[in-house]
Ligand binder design. Sequence first.
Ligand code: BG6
Length: 468
Amino acid sequence: MSVFPENFLWGGAIAANQAEGAYLEDGKGLSITDVTQCGPTRYLDYTLEVDPGKYYPSHEAIDFYHTYKDDLKLMAEMGFTVFRTSINWARLFPTGEEDEPLQAGIDFYRDLFATMHELGMEPLVTMSHYETPLALTKKYNSWASHEMIDIFDKFARACFENFGDQVKYWLTFNEINNIFKAPYLAAGMDVRGMDDFMPLAFQAAHHVFVSNAKTVKLCHEMLPDAQIGCMLSLSNIYPGTCKPEDVMAAYNARRRSLLFGDVMLRGSYPGYGWKMMRDCGVELEIQPGDLELIAQNTCDYLGFSYYRTSAFSDGDSQVFSTAGGVGHENPYLKASEWGWQMDPLGLRFTCNELWDRYQKPLFIVENGLGAVDTVEDDGSIHDTYRIDYLRDHVEAMAGAVEDGCKIMGYTWWGPIDIVSAGTGEMKKRYGLVYVDRDNEGNGTGKRIKKDSFEYYKKVIASNGEDLA
Ligand code: BG6
């Protein structure tokens, strides 16, 4: 018998900016990703304008804005019971500051969620996934400013008012812990040219924490039957050796992420968080009532991404990737073509770590393998490497369930090929469904089922039991 509960949610996850395209259609404003190009440093190296001579992958992406009905049918064919996507904020509020949301944006998302329901999928909705309206970055430097709390509140209210009857599972800010390493992606903050942006990053994180608490409160008031979680990048870190200094250094590196869970799930800044701020010379500006709001409105569950692990020793500096902070290579693990070290057992370890710490339901909302796929002459795609990755991680998750961790569901990242957040490439494919499109935007856009499609279908049909 399967170890997964009957109501376990199986599915996949995407983000609007990486899939929808239609970047200016129906009145949408520019988002921060609409000015990032293809390349390994796209989140550091950008301008705040669209240069008409250059290629921007989010402008067309995989055209999900127009193809979602057919794409979702493919997801339903695999048996998905949940589908995670985000609401592109600038589709509702093109500059973030309009008084009322755009009707076209509301209509689009209402139809998207209705389609999911017709096909038997619960929508799991991220409110902000690397897609702050660009105008807010230009005017306020985004979350660096306290103004953002009210601006986001208006957006959240519009989401709950317009989609509250369709969406039961919400997530506030995608991987907000990446603010320390990728402040532009995670929080729309432009820190180019600053010698030390850490004080600003801590202040921005505080604004996000207050906003998160306000949003949780609003959700609970307006939609008492819904659940709202936070979302963190929690690919894990191991001590480089058992030398006590390395163990402490790895733990402190991990705390740069756990801090975010501690505030949003436990409701207060931990002692080590204040120490981190002292060490960075931060004097946090806290408004009256902020800490009470945070304490009284914690998230219902923890959504997190898990892709890899890495080793961390005293003296290592944390290098950023979209799979979290990386120290140095672990000699016991193999890496993907993009150098991400694959570690299924690490997922079981991470679930246990997080369940022990928070005692709140976990939702694995991102896990997957980015790889180069080859289309054979007969049109088939034999992605055994992806099947292996999926099997090993589902097995590890089953182990975590047996260990007693409460896990709500699992959404494979990028079940259909989409634009990579970290590099802007199409070549870094996660999909169980292939999309004929390359890094320069060429291709027919045709969808092809990969071998992993049938495999995941079987896994879901057996509620995670048949992994052969
Ligand atoms: C997570 C993000 O960081 O990792 C996704 O939430 C992203 O948006 C995913 O796509 C995988 O990273 P990448 O860089 O391979 O696309």
